[in-house]
Design a protein around this ligand. Structure first.
Ligand code: AMP
Length: 441
């Protein structure tokens, strides 16, 4: 029950109007501490309800302000435009019975219009660090009255090279009383460094360890012989799986365009989203997907960042993501807020080591699935024979569709190959030994 929190009645009214009945675990853990004014570092997966976990305490702080809209009081920094748009919407939904106004500043939008919006002084400013700094440098943005700063998807902001910008912007808020930092992963040294610099004696709420992520999502792998074979598998999955909406991830825009072209040729209602697309295309793709005009989105990681589309219940990794954390972000698109989802990764010979290092990082074993209609010849590394006996354990099961799934297949005595990737705390180690991949964005 949200009424357990010491939230203003206008906010509780909005919570009820939005049909939020039970707080999610991250909300139950973070809201009371945030309401006390504590600095928080929250590790929680995408889709766990973390937006409301910071939006409600921020609104509660501002709801009774006597002076309306003379200074920016809260700053929310996040990595992408889409996430900014979604967060702005969420703030507006929760603030619907209050006088609090929010504004948004991101790249790809008109600079002068943003400056005009800033002259009206929103109570809460949401945006991406790069453009926010440009507005600050142009003298359009004053942050000295900011009371609370939220860093959402902080790990992602670091990955995108925003750490200096974030620190600079925090430094422009000398009177801030509270900082709330959210990340989907525990991050590495960069995140620890940022935490040390911007948070004061924070409480660390670990809502999910990485291995518990996306427990509403079944995670499978299907082996493939080559990219063309992967495309056949994609077509089969799209034709035979039960799903509302699907997202297919590739590591390069060239591959995204190619798959998109083949889907369209097969009359699949699809859209493609990658770094070459302009802001208009991105908005259109997301709208079409939300309204149901397209069922399938083909995307690269950066393009899909921050997407929150209801009913996105099938994720296909055409290319394996390059790190464990990226995998977590990708499958965080599905199984949101308790819904079931399915994530299928297509694995060629060259993907196997990366896939198994991600399994080790997540401390999970993905379900091995074989679809007999599109079965190829590659089925994973050859088994290593141990003293004349087969080294692997193989159990086969048939699911309701009649596909065979290899549930467990282990090589207990196999020595690691010299080029086998290492499982690392940040899931990135395998990349160091891979050939440089073509730029995704
Ligand atoms: P988030 O992790 O904040 O992106 O939230 C994921 C989705 O879950 C959003 O569509 C939210 O509106 C929804 N959501 C968050 N918290 C709740 C809740 N307590 N009850 C129902 N839906 C929720």
């Amino acid at each position: 029950m949200f009424s357990q929190f010491a939230l203003h009645e206008r906010l509780l009214k909005a919570v009820a109007a939005l049909n939020f009945e039970e707080p999610t675990p991250v909300q139950a853990a973070a809201i009371p501490l945030a309401l006390q004014g504590r600095d928080l570092r929250v590790t929680a997966k995408t889709g766990s309800g973390k937006t409301a976990a910071f939006v409600l305490p921020v609104l509660n702080r501002l709801v009774d302000l006597k002076q309306k809209r003379v200074e920016i009081r809260a700053l929310v920094l996040l990595p992408t435009r889409e996430l900014a748009q979604q967060t702005l919407k969420e703030i507006e939904r929760f603030a619907q019975f209050t006088f609090i106004k929010a504004g948004m500043i991101t790249g790809g939008e008109d600079f002068k219009e943003q400056a005009a919006m800033l002259r009206k002084v929103p109570d809460i400013l949401v945006g991406t660090p790069g453009r926010m700094l440009e507005q600050l440098n142009a003298g359009n943005l004053k942050l000295e009255h900011v009371q609370v700063v939220v860093l959402d998807e902080a790990d992602r902001m670091l990955d995108m090279g925003f750490s200096e910008d974030v620190e600079r912007l925090c430094g422009e808020c000398p009177n801030r009383e509270q900082t709330l930092l959210f990340s989907a992963t525990t991050g590495g040294a960069g995140l620890r460094d940022m935490i040390g610099k911007v948070l004061k004696d924070p409480e660390h709420l670990m809502l999910n360890t990485v291995s518990q992520l996306n427990d509403g999502t079944r995670q499978q792998i299907i082996t493939a012989d080559h990219n063309q074979h992967k495309e056949q598998i994609v077509q089969w999955l799209l034709a035979n799986e039960t799903y509302q909406k699907a997202i297919i991830f590739t590591n390069t825009r060239v591959m995204a365009d190619r798959i998109y072209g083949h889907l369209v040729a097969k009359d699949v209602k699809a859209f493609v989203l990658h770094g070459d697309k302009d802001q208009k295309d991105r908005k259109l793709a997301i709208e079409r997907l939300k309204q149901g005009g397209a069922k399938v989105l083909v995307a690269t990681d950066v393009a899909a960042r921050g997407l929150d589309v209801d009913g996105l219940d099938l994720v296909i990794n055409f290319d394996m993501p390059r790190s464990g954390d990226e995998y977590v972000h990708r499958i965080g698109r599905t199984g949101r807020a308790g819904n079931e989802g399915l994530a299928v990764s297509l694995i060629c010979h060259g993907d196997w080591n990366l896939m198994s290092s991600i399994e080790r990082y997540l401390k999970q074993s993905f379900e091995r699935r074989v679809i007999k209609e599109v079965k190829g010849t590659y089925s994973g590394p050859k088994k290593v024979k141990a003293s004349g006996k087969a080294a692997g354990v193989k159990k086969k099961k048939t699911d309701k569709k009649g596909d065979k799934k290899v549930v467990a297949k282990r090589k207990p005595t196999a020595k690691p190959k010299p080029n086998a990737p290492l499982a690392s705390a940040d899931g990135l180690a395998p990349l160091k030994r891979r050939k440089p991949a073509p730029a995704a964005e």
